[in-house]
Design a protein around this ligand. Sequence first.
Ligand code: NDP
Ligand code: OXD
Length: 306
Amino acid sequence: MKIIFCCTGTKPEPWLAGLRSALPGAEVEVWQPGAPQADHAVVWAPPQQFFDEQTALKGIFNIGAGVDALLKLKLPPKATVVRLDDAGMSVQMAEYVCHAVIRHFREFDAYEADIRAGKWSYRKPLERSDFPVGVMGLGVLGARVAQSLAQFDFPVVGWSRSAKTLAGVRCFAGAERFSDFLSATRILVNLLPLTPETRDIMRLQTLSQLQSGGYVINVARGAHLVDEDLLSLLDKGHLAGATLDVFRTEPLPGEHPFWHNPKITITPHTSARTLRDQSIAQIAGKIRCLEAGQPIVGVVDPVRGY
Ligand code: NDP
Ligand code: OXD
């Protein structure tokens, strides 16, 4: 069995060593133009030329959870596209989002500013019930985030395409319940995949439906958010702030207004990193299952887009 590795921006050697040790007997090589046909590919942001040449692939394993960039390419029609299914990302995402929510709710920014100014001052505790958190996307990452927030006794609502039942989370499903979800939300967390249906989903018309003093946490993809609409609602005071990990262009261009807006916290697409060893173990296990004709989870539906 041949496995080919084509991950832009990723040092290949440790991945090759890990895959070789997890799949003894497999030939694992880095793709070069003109390389022989492989059975399975491990990819991140590969060029179109890779798929134009590798037409015999049975499995394409994306080393991230989001497949929006991959699905823009023309893929071998018979290949099964597989995304990372958690692989250590959901706990990181839960940490990141809970940190952002709690930092906002407990006004830690304001305390830090006071302390830097030499002020020992107390703020009146806020009511948790006034800060309902809405999680858009209740998949592998969103469900873990929503349930982690519920552990801190925040009122939590969630929204997904199909109906869900999650302990501690009031769940809404489908486009027809989106407005109900938004109006029940003050702190909005985005964990949707980027698809034609979800692109620009956070825009003036939708963000205006959040409760007054709303807050936006975008940890999914930059193209979910219309940047100018966020800035305008922050200026008007309908929104109080935002924590953003993902951007339409990454790295975020130096002249972008998000860099210097005091109401916006940015991080460089780091909320949930791909963990190499866990990812290799998951991919190797799934390659074995595919080869044995057994079912696997995390298979992408190219029509649905995630
Ligand atoms: P999943 O596929 O497991 O979950 C996606 C969720 O979104 C599902 O609940 C799905 O509903 C819901 N959804 C999809 N389309 C719609 C729609 N049109 N309307 C309502 N709900 C919808 O994905 P993950 O949880 O694994 O990952 C989510 C995203 O997080 C990734 O696609 C990626 O973009 C991003 N990500 C960001 C990272 C970062 O570091 N910033 C790291 C990892 C991922 P249903 O359950 O009904 O199908
Ligand atoms: C992912 C990501 O999709 O890192 O896994 O954004």
